[in-house]
Design a protein around this ligand. Structure first.
Ligand SMILES: CC(C)(COP(=O)(O)OP(=O)(O)OC[C@H]1O[C@@H](n2cnc3c(N)ncnc32)[C@H](O)[C@@H]1O)[C@@H](O)C(=O)NCCC(=O)NCCS
Ligand SMILES: Nc1ncnc2c1ncn2[C@@H]1O[C@H](COP(=O)(O)OP(=O)(O)OP(=O)(O)O)[C@@H](O)[C@H]1O
Length: 204
């Protein structure tokens, strides 16, 4: 039986950095952000629903969704965020479930689901273990501003759209402190995999 690990954190806390470490070990990672992106491509059912709800103003010239514009609405208005979540999340769950089934069929020892909103959306039933990537408030804000080139206000609005990392710590089976270097993070990840009883021998 495969072990399904739910990898979570906050925006810009370092989930992709940890995902990359899993991928280096040849462990399958299913990324909810990527699935959410695919689910809203032109012509998909979620695309049609988003258009009906938010109007043509949120489209780019090529007919695809203007993600920046949609973000500027939903990260500032909770009720709009709820509406978008209700459209997109069921599609994302379906896509992730299919990929987990495939990994199980392939007898993979471990499969990782990278889900930013694992706790907020109560998706822990989909995984066996939860792993949180934690950073302090200051590091999170700084890395988010730098990575996405955001104003401090926009970065804070995104962070406020999620459960605080200090609350997520209490819910997770294991926590990686990603305030330090990637090497520090890798060391912690290897210890956690051992705790989880994962026997993959390519941890170098
Ligand atoms: C609002 C959208 C268009 C902004 O797109 P953009 O390319 O700027 O950001 P991206 O999708 O890469 O998300 C970046 C991060 O924002 C955070 N985030 C995204 N959506 C949400 C949300 N609904 N609530 C809280 N945080 C969110 C996550 O930490 C995510 O990792 C997009 O995030 C979206 O469609 N969100 C709804 C779907 C969703 O909840 N995705 C998150 C995982 S399922
Ligand atoms: N240990 C680290 N040291 C220095 N920079 C880091 C470290 N971990 C991540 N970063 C940087 O911080 C930023 C956020 O990391 P990453 O993209 O992995 O976060 P994320 O949790 O996947 O974010 P999101 O959910 O918003 O996509 C990136 O620019 C990344 O290069």
């Amino acid at each position: 039986m495969s072990l399904v690990i739910g990898l979570t954190g906050g925006i810009a806390s370092g989930k992709s950095a940890v995902s990359n470490l899993f991928k280096e070990m040849d462990i399958t990672v299913v990324d909810a952000d990527i699935e959410a992106r695919l689910a809203v491509m032109k012509g998909e059912s979620a695309y049609v629903k988003i258009l009906a709800e938010f109007g043509e103003d949120i489209l780019l010239d090529n007919g695809e969704i203007d993600r920046q514009r949609l973000g500027s609405i939903i990260f500032y208005q909770e009720e709009k965020r709820q509406i978008l979540n209700e459209i997109v999340h069921p599609e994302v769950r379906k896509r992730m479930r299919d990929q987990v089934e495939q990994a199980i069929k392939n007898s993979e020892e471990v499969v990782v689901l990278d889900i930013p909103l694992l706790f907020e959306s109560k998706l822990t039933y989909m995984v066996d273990k939860t792993l949180l990537v934690y950073v302090n408030d200051e590091t999170q804000l700084k890395r988010l501003i730098e990575r996405n080139n955001l104003s401090e206000g926009d970065a804070r609005a995104r962070i406020r759209s999620q459960m605080p990392l200090s609350d997520k710590i209490k819910l997770a089976d294991a926590v990686i402190d990603n305030n330090g270097s990637i090497a520090d993070t890798k060391k912690q990840l290897l210890e956690i995999l051992e705790q989880f009883g994962i026997t993959k021998n390519n941890h170098n």
